[in-house]
Design a binder for this molecule. Structure first.
Ligand SMILES: Nc1nc2c(ncn2[C@@H]2O[C@H](COP(=O)(O)OP(=O)(O)OP(=O)(O)O)[C@@H](O)[C@H]2O)c(=O)[nH]1
Ligand SMILES: [Mg+2]
Length: 291
């Protein structure tokens, strides 16, 4: 017998969804930062076993959209609510309610199995845990609750095994050596965007999109050229920094990560371009993979 199914991870921003998916897959597929709204897409991470295939979906944190990009991000969450075989609802210690009631009602009325993961228990203690578990059990009575630390790995194997149990009988959906649904250039974009999230403040990371225009792989090196797109001229100056120092740092750190990710020497050319109000432009968003 072979089992396979879609296991979709949803929750508020910054609770550790991407950290969990990477832990399951054993690869850094999704970027992770301490800032909210790090993930903008629905990213598949596929875990293949002898007799099962777990198709995980990492999704953007749930927010009330303020502009078109965020609305598209929430469409990814909606799609993940619709096609899940197992729903992972992640919350973090100390968090109260999900900000969007419609999403929350969908979870509590779900006909499919829901695992509620109470994450970041490494930041807490037994006393707090003893109040949090009953709190969530009352709020989401249809869920099985697991207290975990996605970062430290505590409780992660137990959740993994439970998901495998819950997978429906099915042939695999993807070739059994496939790890994700995204192309190589997507990961280049994401690795660069992670450095932007880490090094720039306020609205800058949220105004940036990366477009990798060239990706040439030869025997011993991959040559890439990527554009960092911003919404306004002033943001371009900030990205580049004094004598280009800030942009250089992004380039150096990205290249190191890209070499690790692809297991090959990388030559990365970066430049910055203004793409006015791209976040609110349907056509531009479509071009960058936000449907
Ligand atoms: N202490 C602690 N920190 C964690 C744990 N899991 C994740 N984090 C941290 O929480 C922050 C957010 O993690 P992500 O995995 O990016 O969270 P996310 O839910 O994917 O965030 P968005 O994509 O923005 O919605 C990062 O700084 C992680 O290192 C955990 O178990 N314990
Ligand atoms: Mg994420």
């Amino acid at each position: 017998m072979h089992k396979a199914g879609f296991v979709n991870i949803i929750g508020n921003p910054n609770v550790g969804k991407s950290t969990l998916m990477n832990a399951f897959v054993g690869e850094k597929l999704s970027i992770i930062t301490s800032k909210a709204q790090t993930t903008r897409h629905r990213i598949l991470g596929i875990v293949n076993g002898e007799d099962f295939q777990m198709v995980l979906s990492d999704t953007p944190g749930i927010i009330k959209p303020a502009y078109q990009l965020q609305a598209s991000m929430m469409d990814f969450v909606k799609s993940a609510l619709d096609d899940a075989d197992v729903l992972i609802y992640m919350v973090e210690i100390g968090e109260q309610d999900l900000k969007d009631e419609a999403f929350f009602n969908k979870i509590t009325n779900s006909k499919i199995p829901v695992l509620l993961l109470l994450n970041k228990i490494d930041t807490s203690n037994q006393e707090v845990l003893e109040t949090q578990v009953p709190y969530w059990a009352a709020k989401v009575p249809n869920a099985e609750i697991f207290a975990i630390s996605a970062l430290g790995g505590f409780g992660v194997p137990e959740v993994f095994n439970r998901i495998v149990e819950l997978l429906p009988e099915s042939p695999p959906f993807y070739p059994k050596d496939q790890l994700t649904d995204k192309p190589e250039r997507f990961f280049v974009n994401e690795i660069i965007r992670e450095k932007i999230l880490i090094h720039y403040k306020k609205e800058i990371p949220y105004s940036v999109e990366i477009d990798t225009e060239e990706f040439f792989e030869s025997d011993n090196i991959i040559r890439m050229r990527s554009v960092i797109m911003v919404e306004r001229e002033t943001q371009k100056g900030i990205i580049i920094g004094h004598k280009g120092a800030a942009l250089k740092r992004v380039g150096v750190e990205s290249r190191k990560d890209l070499e690790r990710f692809f297991g090959k020497q990388v030559h990365l050319e970066l430049y910055v371009k203004v793409n006015k109000n791209w976040r609110s432009n349907e056509r531009q968003l479509k071009r960058f993979g936000y449907n």
